[in-house]
Design a binder for this molecule. Sequence first.
Ligand code: ADP
Ligand code: MG
Length: 699
Amino acid sequence: MDVMQTPLVYLKGVGPDRARLLKEELQLVTFQDLLHFFPNRYIDRSRFYSIGELPRTNAEIQIKGKVTSINFITQKRGKRMVAQFEDETGSMELVWFRGHQWIRELLKINETYVVFGRLNWFKGKASIPHPEFELESIFQQSAKMLFYPIYSSSEKLINKGVSQKVLQKLMTSLLETKSNAFSETLPKHLLDQFKLIPKDDALRQVHFPISQHLLSRAQMRLKFEEFFYMQMQLVLKNVQRKQKIKGHVFEKIGINFHQFFEKHLTFELTKAQKRVVKEIRMDMGTGRQMNRLLQGDVGSGKTIVALLLMLIAIDNGFQACLVAPTEILAQQHYHSLSEQLEALQIPVALLTGSTSKKERQALHEGLNNGKIPILIGTHAVLEDTVQFNKLGLAIIDEQHRFGVAQRSKLWKKNELPPHILVMTATPIPRTLAMSVYGDLDLSVIDELPPGRKKIKTLHRTDSNRLKVFAFVKEQIALGRQIYVVYPLIQESSKLDYKDLMDGYESLSRSFPLPDYQISIVHGQMKSEDKAYEMQRFIDGKTQIMVATTVIEVGVNVPNASVMIIESAERFGLSQLHQLRGRVGRGADQSYCILMTGQKRSQESQIRMETMVKTNDGFQIAEVDLKLRGPGNIMGTQQSGILQFKIADIIKDQSLLKAARESALKILKEDPSLKHPDHQCIKKTLAALSFDSNIWNFIS
Ligand code: ADP
Ligand code: MG
């Protein structure tokens, strides 16, 4: 067995108790785990504060001085031990609430100590509770060590005496167990290409760096390695899946596609649209099942891509379905697609939660016998009773969280699984996409149709409301339509609902009948009422649409040119961006007005500024990622695989990219890792105790 798999209980300085503690508190079980338990940060040992010039903060500091006296002070809350600590510039206190006896025995009066810890200020007096301390003479002996590593710890560990110093000692004895070098895990050509230092050096330097420079090199090497093996696993998984799962072969482009493309397409596709149609078409012709994510900013024209792909499915004798997240959106897709396909005489059916039982029966029959080639719907499409004759392609709109379980519902419907395309306008930062969707194929529409005017985004507070309303009247006079959106963060929130109704009433007063007509749509309405109101707005019968975020995704009313978002500080960045995407769809100059109160948190201020500054969904996603962190963006399900030991998916984006490209290249050139150079990869992959999170998510 590999020495590194040895349980920690066999390490010098670790007994059964400590082994248990390390496992419970830090999830460290083997030598290997401890070795890859990297410091959070480092203390520069060359930097000393003098007591006379301490910063008035709770900073962690290092000082040098002597203990002049030790006292025990008994209080109601317990006993504390207080050491007076002095240097030439002043005095302060070192305080212990626990462990008095052994510390008392250790501390020598009038000897010079180097002390490290977090400052505490009370009534103008400085103290350090539970400091780390070391005799200066001993400190000197290890002077070649420039930095002290600081590891993440826990209250319990500290209470049980597993201090930073103890962790450092364990690390030292671990590094000493290996007199020969830790074996290399990356092939030489990668080390050369990216100027990475050997694994052994990196491990030793990351725990006990002797210079800032070597520390940076060590960190870079280990980050690269971490990303590289994550990418290796993801890419391998993708390759394996493709080998395993057979799919329908769409071998031709037929009459429907050609006719539509040549006679009925009212605009020219953008280059990006053409490219993704081609990518996806190729993927559907390989004999493997397609699992692909199509990303494109709001308004980039994903729907037409979906339509063309469905025509390819039909041309090859298959059925296709398009699943939308809301009923409104499903209806809208249904109307626009049936209109566009009318000339080709291709029937399109709609299935949602409010489809009547009778209609359903006819639908089920048509799907079952194949007479209905295209089905549009909500999640009702995924119900077990819905059986297709020959479903070849399932397109999921606006839902990048379309999960594994939902996908498998489509699988059961046929012998071979349909090709699956998930479309999303929620821009996912490239690095996140690379990590979370590293096993999926990705197509990106990175271009908007020509002639779109940039949406002007303004940030206004309640005190500007009259001016905003005056502006709205101007726009309505020009024949435009207006959205006013209220937050409804929780569907059940009475307060949010009240805000919406209050807002509706106040708008009705400012925009009175008969000159103005206002539609309202919110989650507590019956879906037929929603559809009715929505339709009035689409038909231009109402000028203002008051809504909650039900209109967030998908809705397409090109004549609407103003989006007012109320209480904008309560929306997340990606939601704001989605909402803004509802305007700017026609030829007119469009506006997005973010209304907030006077007072805002710093974070919401950044959100507003970002929205005002840029229309680019990817840039917005990057800011969002920085503000909220990867776990919050992708949801807990996926956050597991975003936890890295040393790499940081936000800060180390370029390394991630390099690592992914390297993994792809190696697997392309040497798929079964036969090359002698790649034996280390094979070995490392085999030894990797795969993070179960990764496998749960992917498989
Ligand atoms: P999204 O990607 O947000 O789903 P849509 O598919 O709703 O975007 O398209 C937005 C609008 O742009 C629609 O009105 C659509 O007809 C139009 N559109 C799509 N592609 C093009 C193009 N290549 N040229 C001009 N208009 C286009
Ligand atoms: Mg869309």
